[in-house]
Ligand binder design. Structure first.
Ligand SMILES: Nc1ncnc2c1ncn2[C@@H]1O[C@H](COP(=O)(O)OP(=O)(O)O)[C@@H](O)[C@H]1O
Ligand SMILES: [Mg+2]
Length: 254
């Protein structure tokens, strides 16, 4: 099992977009995937895979049955066992329980992906502690650059307190296709100079990703030969290979 934490102290950087699409790509590749939605303000990952209903004043999440080719289940944490499905969603995971939820899913499934609120939080620190790999999406802007430095520092400090190296990668998010504006080159150079590791593949700004937030149909289903689906397939392949490299390095040390 691997735990992938998508973190960042900025809203709108594309965390939930990355979580949802990576979950679909891992699942289509045969991995059993868990999603921990620890964003208690905007449950965008949960809303993508489940329908919210109100029962006696509280939210109840019913798994969607119409995700093409993939079964989805919601883990009701009153139940001791994690359900069987291609994607298992743990919605509204709060900071008091996030560690137990990550561990519970990780024990039962192949990959656990944590979606977080766009702020430094106790949940973020816990999810970083559990991570085999932290992804930090950053939009090409100066504000985003500053906040990604701060998140990277949290990862480094968490690693020190855990007495292990916690691998992380910056993911350039919402990058321009075609003509690359100067600001993107500046951000990439700044990351390079600061020695912050990043994925080679950016996530591009694509209408198809935005459209999917309405339709709840991932680009890989909607338009499998389109730019967004191909882009996400490449991001997925790099994330999967990075996790595999990390796992084999860890087993050599052990
Ligand atoms: N690569 C992208 N291309 C186009 N729109 C995107 C992309 N990434 C995110 N968005 C849009 O930006 C908004 C915020 O994205 P989201 O993934 O929810 O960010 P976060 O979870 O970091 O707050 C959403 O409307 C989403 O559809
Ligand atoms: Mg989000």
């Amino acid at each position: 099992m691997s735990v992938l934490t998508v973190a960042g102290q900025k809203g709108g950087s594309g965390k939930s977009t990355l979580v949802r699409n990576l979950a679909v790509h891992f699942a289509l590749d045969g991995y059993r995937v868990g999603i921990v939605d620890a964003d208690l303000i905007q449950q965008h990952s949960s809303e993508f895979f489940a329908d919210r209903a109100k029962e006696a004043g509280r939210d109840v999440w019913n798994p969607r049955e119409d995700v093409p080719g993939l079964s989805v289940a919601v883990w009701d944490r009153n139940s001791a066992t994690v359900p069987t499905a291609a994607i298992v969603l743990a919605p509204q995971t709060d900071q008091d329980s996030i560690g137990e939820v990550i561990q519970g899913l990780a024990d039962a499934l192949d990959v656990v992906i944590c979606d977080l609120q766009g702020s430094a939080s106790v949940a973020m620190i816990h999810a970083i502690h559990y991570a085999d790999l932290v992804l930090i999406p950053v939009q090409p802007s100066n504000d985003d650059l500053k906040s990604c430095h701060s998140t990277a520092r949290h990862v480094l400090q968490a690693g020190k307190s855990a007495r292990r190296t916690i691998p992380y990668r910056i993911v350039i998010s919402r990058a321009s296709t075609g003509f690359r504006p100067e600001v993107e080159k500046v951000v990439e150079a700044a990351l390079e100079n600061a020695g912050l590791p990043r994925l080679n593949t950016p996530v591009f700004e694509r209408t198809a990703f935005k459209r999917a937030s309405f339709s709840r149909v991932a680009p890989v289903f909607d338009d499998p030969d389109g730019g967004a689906a191909k882009n996400m397939a490449a991001v997925y392949a790099e994330v999967r290979d990075t996790l595999a490299t990390i796992a084999s390095a860890a087993s050599e040390v052990a």
